[in-house]
Design a protein around this ligand. Sequence first.
Ligand SMILES: CC(C)(COP(=O)(O)OP(=O)(O)OC[C@H]1O[C@@H](n2cnc3c(N)ncnc32)[C@H](O)[C@@H]1OP(=O)(O)O)[C@@H](O)C(=O)NCCC(=O)NCCS
Length: 450
Amino acid sequence: MTDRTDPQGLPLDPASVATLAERGLEFRPASLEGEAGEAYIRAVGHGFLEESISEERVEGFRRAMTAWRSAGVFDPASANPLSPVGTIGVQVLDLTVEPDRTLPMHAISEVTVAGTHRRRGIARAMLTGELRAAKAAGTPIAGLTVSEATIYGRYGFSPATTLAHWTIDTRRVQLTGPRPTGRYDAISREQALADAQHLHDRARRARPGEVGAWPMSWESLLGLLPGSKDTEKVRVVRYTDAAGGVRGLLVYTLKSHERDYAQHTLRVQHLLTDGAEGHAAMWRFALEHDLTTTVTTWNTAPDEPLLWMVGDQRGIQREEMDHHWLRILDVPAVLAARTYRVPGAVRLRVSDPLGLAAGEWVFRVLADGAAHLEPVGSPEGGGDPGEAGEGADGVATVSLDVATLSSMFLGGVRAGTLHAAGRILADPASVRWLDATFAPLVPPLLSLWY
Ligand SMILES: CC(C)(COP(=O)(O)OP(=O)(O)OC[C@H]1O[C@@H](n2cnc3c(N)ncnc32)[C@H](O)[C@@H]1OP(=O)(O)O)[C@@H](O)C(=O)NCCC(=O)NCCS
């Protein structure tokens, strides 16, 4: 098994290296240093349509990307052979699956293919390669955040969390939540770094779908790396409770109205809190900010309590979007990592377009909520099930693909919804049981991009 703590040690998949070599392309780890490193960093920037990339920004990217094992596809025949025509970065992050329970997750980022080489199977070779490499290293699940929702389903990824963009009319909502008794301080982004890391680490352990921070992640998110855009606009306010504990941080920018100085928009970039007091305090600061009439957010949880701390919910426009896409690689390891609400059993028949996680198991939830998965064919797992319905052991069969199971896993998408969408084949009683037993202790969320 690979040392998961050292991303640079994550090997490339030999099959993808060979597939690309047959097409005259080299798939190899990419250094971020020197001229070759700069070419790699600029290729990633171009892939994400950065308008121009200054020397300073290259340096900022270099620092931000050191936590990832970057790899490139190179075309030796190209006019610039140092510049990759495909890029991908990976590292293993801690994925929270239930409060205080985590799994190692193969996180994928930096996916780009040069416009000159698009639609020739480079992305497919890189992505399927990473999934095989993760599986070979014993990492049970992969994840990514996407710029386009049409790319990754074919590889077995599927959305497991959503987030919401909120637009709040502050004149209309009438905040009714608790009044803070602590103090607010405006602080610099540099001063905010340690608090942001600490608050995020506490919050992410309590929320399924969140990931642990990686080196330079908060430096990057707070715009502390060279070449970061618009950093002079970023403001930070810290809330400290009456006992002196830091309970919240609000990272935000202000945008003026074209004509009316009393109608600024406050954009929440990050709202970091570790409990109800800090949460209420930070929202009150944002919603009662002078000279602003609109507050916007981009990473709001579907169950954000603010909705129940206002007098007029219709003063908040909400727009939901898929966010954290997961891809199970090892069904027994992943399903056994969380607990379930209602005892019972079904036979799970999981298909997988890449064959990595396919199989059949009797999925049994015990009285204490623990899951036990027994491969079908083993003495405990029972004999060969029929096409549908019950096997010889009286356990009903549920058929679904790995993407569907990946969406269900954290409890953010109900089995009943996926069944109604035609993505689960099962009898109504099994669907009701899956709905009840997969219910999450806390609804999932990912509040960052990676
Ligand atoms: C998206 C991107 C990586 C695809 O690279 P590519 O090498 O052209 O893709 P491939 O040739 O390997 O195509 C693989 C499959 O994806 C499909 N596909 C590729 N780009 C797609 C897109 N933008 N939308 C939908 N499907 C796409 C192909 O049709 C192909 O389908 P198939 O395997 O079912 O036949 C590339 O277009 C790109 O760099 N885009 C800009 C950066 C970006 O969006 N990155 C993703 C960040 S999350």
